[in-house]
Ligand binder design. Sequence first.
Ligand SMILES: Nc1ncnc2c1ncn2[C@@H]1O[C@H](COP(=O)(O)OP(=O)(O)O)[C@@H](O)[C@H]1O
Ligand SMILES: [Mg+2]
Length: 250
Amino acid sequence: MAIIELKNLNKSFNDHQVLNNLNLIIEKGSTLVVIGRSGCGKSVLLKHIIGILNPDSGSVLVNGQDIWQTSRADFNKIIFKMNMVFQGGALFDSLSVGENVGFELIEHNLAEGVGLDKKIKEALSLVDLFGISHLMPSELSGGMRKRVALARAICMHPEIILYDEPTTGVDPITADSINELIKSLQDKLKVTSIVVTHDMKSAYKIGDRIAMLYKGKIIVEGSPEEIQNSRDPFVHQFINGLAKGPITED
Ligand SMILES: Nc1ncnc2c1ncn2[C@@H]1O[C@H](COP(=O)(O)OP(=O)(O)O)[C@@H](O)[C@H]1O
Ligand SMILES: [Mg+2]
């Protein structure tokens, strides 16, 4: 069953068309990886799914409901079931790790006192971090920051988690452990995940399906095997990281 369906999405900033009649379906409980070059619109795509940006035209359906054709209350309810792990983590530097993880719970009055501490600890243990609630973000390594950002997302028990470049900027071993974590959360929490990356190793490892964004459209969508064996010259060039090919610098 489709949990998310993007239909004919268009989005321009000034004269720059970033999404161009984009169509994409995401099945409930699956992990979809969106690949594409830097600047091609991957973050913009995620922001449309989670309702931070609204399309110029087209629709974003979540469980069949168009998020922009519904009441404000229903919009909030739909978006409440999603959580995004932002590129770089976007932690609040003046708040402790625990306060960062529990931030949304506190903001929405969802837990108090012992209940809050317990939820923060549970979320941190799901990302294999223990006893670090009191630390400040500046004391964390890059990989730990990404884990804390993930703990903050899962604290809210989302049905859908969006990850923006979860392995960018960390070393390959840390990247692999973050990928393992994304997979294990998939198994444990049965969430639907959408992961944006330009790292093919991560894409093959975690994706049930992989979609490639190019010039505002999803030009191919398939299983990791199908993508790996794609004869599409654009896909071939991207997944193999080749300078020569139909994709040019512009
Ligand atoms: N809020 C915005 N206002 C104007 N331009 C934007 C905005 N957000 C993104 N863009 C532009 O849209 C394009 C795609 O950006 P982005 O989605 O961040 O790419 P990436 O694939 O690297 O995540 C870029 O050219 C970027 O400058
Ligand atoms: Mg981006």
